[in-house]
Design a protein around this ligand. Structure first.
Ligand SMILES: O=C(CO)C(O)[C@H](O)COP(=O)(O)O
Length: 219
């Protein structure tokens, strides 16, 4: 399956966000990953629709992959759709109404993804698999960039890949997020991930452009 690099702007320098995004996109990153945190679902606050709106204005055709680490994601779907997000990924743990929330995302004309925290099982997947185009396996506990990948999440990546085939949805993406570096990349790719989110490994590198090229050369 085609591999895609999605740099997470959580680790970018926000005083020159546009310049940083331009640099990684010119280097070959196909998607930009936007981490939205509400201070409730995760113990951190980050950005909202206004940032997606600004990115959309500066990069009209860039794929904006928005990861909602928020409670009750239903409340934010319309705002993010208006701001120009391409996909909204919600957490299986974030609402008792996962199926409804995914239908709302699709009705708003966006692609939908489902994310699982490191200690969450995959039972929900069976009930929504036909409505999502991406499954995000969190390889750290969400909330902060710069953490270490949790090795116990590696078998879950393979389990998701197996289940997608079993459910007849083999074209869905398997995304990984958290602690992905040049050192851990091979492990997650061999486990079955095809969409790689990387924040600190890219934006904290001395030369993000070269770091993106290094990632891509290993795909
Ligand atoms: O969702 C996230 C944290 O909750 C992230 O996307 C995070 O930014 C990944 O960062 P890093 O690559 O530095 O681990």
């Amino acid at each position: 399956m085609k591999k895609i690099l999605a740099p997470s702007i959580l680790s970018a320098d926000f005083s020159r966000l546009s310049e940083q995004v331009d640099e990684v996109v010119v280097a070959g990153a196909e998607w930009i990953h936007v981490d939205v945190m509400d201070g409730h679902f995760v113990p951190n606050l980050s950005m909202g629709p206004v940032v997606v709106d600004a990115l959309r204005k500066s990069f009209p055709s860039l794929f904006l992959d928005v990861h909602l680490m928020v409670e009750a994601p239903e409340k934010w779907i319309t705002s993010f759709a208006k701001s120009g997000a391409n996909r909204l990924t919600i957490h299986a743990e974030s609402t008792p109404h996962v199926h409804r929330a995914i239908q709302m995302i699709r009705s708003a004309g966006l692609q939908a993804g489902i994310a699982f925290n490191p200690a969450t099982g995959l039972d929900t997947l069976a009930y929504i698999v036909e409505d999502v185009d991406l499954v995000l396996v969190m390889t750290v506990n969400p909330g902060f960039g710069g953490q270490h990948l949790i090795p116990a999440t590696l078998p879950k990546i393979s389990e998701v890949r197996r289940k997608l085939i079993e459910y007849g949805c083999s074209t869905a993406h398997v995304q990984v997020d958290g602690g992905i570096s040049l050192e851990t990349l091979e492990q997650v790719m061999s486990a079955g991930a095809n969409v790689i989110v990387a924040g600190s490994a890219i934006f904290e590198a001395a030369h993000p452009k070269e770091r993106v090229q290094e990632f891509l050369s290993r795909f």
